[in-house]
Ligand binder design. Structure first.
Ligand code: DAH
Length: 368
């Protein structure tokens, strides 16, 4: 039965003690039954509401109703009861809010000793990184950067570079042609550029001499993929045209570039070679950066690694851009071209070109 206040008809100390005991045991018991925020509010109201709360009722039914001589005694008890009830109500409220914040702490508990969540970091692809590093070496020497389209005309990819129609040098380029163009004149037929060299012509058509330009880009050949070949790969091309450019300028420029790129210890060596658009032409080797020139597996015991092609721009090439100020009697120039994947493979010790294109993070994350 829930506790309710009744009038006192016996004001003897023993009767008062008994009434107080009943009330205190009721408040203690009800306090113990409070289990939530809502209970706690009801509990407080039931006991302490100014209007009709139990304490108010006690004031009315016990104290006000007490006969004069008992008032002192009853007043002392009622004051004591007020204190006790307030304490019980506060304690219940405290208990509820403690357990609410405890369960919140429990649910939001953070174990700072757990390993963190690893967010994988992206990185520049090793091919692009190598390409950008090569370009940067030439930018530092005052070269500007140009790009050209991957779908190119036969004219720019071959003819203007002094590959005449049906010239056997075209066979070395394993060209992929766009289909269905038989009715076009040969020079207008489209193909996937086999090298970045057509951008030499594009740059000279756009800018009169002097010019210094590097051209990074993607090229295509009808090659079967294997450990050293890919039908798509990248090159960096270079071109410098001015008055009085000599083969010494070419040698000095490339020697500096190779040292800047591979380290100041490397030496360069120029061999005679052939390209239709340069005369004379050369292949450039650098001393093996693995063995330093003593001979090892990387350089096939020769001490040298062949890296790029170059030469003095053939006067026949200038003929195609003569109208833009390229008069071979007044100007001369050199050009060079290199394969980015090959250089990246040598620099990072990669033995299979296909690793660049497979997107395997176990390979790529080594460059992060
Ligand atoms: N275009 C040549 C190739 O893809 C590379 C090359 C050689 C570029 C000599 C040049 C150069 O500019 O002068 O095989």
């Amino acid at each position: 039965m829930a506790y309710s206040v009744t009038k006192l008809d016996d004001y003897s100390p023993a009767a008062l003690d008994a009434a107080v005991r009943d009330l205190l045991s009721a408040v203690t018991q009800e306090a113990g039954a409070v289990i939530g925020e809502n209970d706690s509010k009801l509990f407080r109201d039931r006991w302490m509401a100014r209007k009709n709360g139990i304490l108010t009722q006690i004031n009315d039914l016990w104290l006000k109703a007490a006969p004069g001589p008992a008032k002192r005694e009853v007043g002392a008890r009622v004051n004591q009861l007020k204190t006790e009830v307030e304490r019980a109500v506060d304690a219940a409220q405290q208990r509820i809010s403690n357990s609410a914040s405890k369960s919140r702490f429990d649910s939001e508990r953070l174990d700072i000793t757990l390993p963190g969540i690893r967010r994988p970091l992206g990185a520049e692809h090793p091919v692009l990184r190598t390409m950008n590093e090569i370009v940067q070496v030439f930018r530092a020497m005052g070269y500007s950067v140009a790009e050209g389209p991957e779908i190119e005309t036969d004219y720019l990819n071959f003819e203007a570079l002094n590959f005449p129609p049906n010239h056997p040098a075209r066979d070395t380029q394993d060209t992929i042609f766009v289909a269905g163009q038989e009715r076009k004149p040969q020079r207008d037929r489209l193909l996937l550029r086999t090298h970045t060299s057509p951008v030499q012509i594009r740059a000279m058509m756009a800018t009169p001499p002097p010019i210094r330009v590097v051209v990074p880009g993607k090229v295509h050949r009808a090659d079967t993929a294997d450990a050293t070949h890919s039908p798509i790969f990248h090159q960096v091309e270079g071109l410098a045209v001015d008055s009085n450019i000599t083969f010494s300028d070419l040698k000095g420029t490339l020697d500096h570039a190779m040292k800047a790129f591979f380290g100041s210890n490397v030496k360069t060596r120029f061999f005679p070679s052939f390209f239709p658009f340069t005369e004379p032409s050369a292949d450039v080797s650098v001393t093996c950066f693995k063995c330093g020139g003593k001979g090892c597996r990387l350089c096939k015991m020769s001490g040298w690694i062949e890296l790029l092609g170059c030469g003095m721009v053939d006067p026949n090439v200038f003929q195609f851009v003569k109208s833009n100020g390229y008069d071979s009697r007044k100007i001369s120039g050199f050009a060079f071209g290199m394969g980015v994947e090959r250089i990246a493979m040598l620099k990072y010790g990669i033995d299979d070109i296909q690793l660049f294109y497979q997107g395997d993070v176990r390979f790529l994350e080594q460059f992060a």
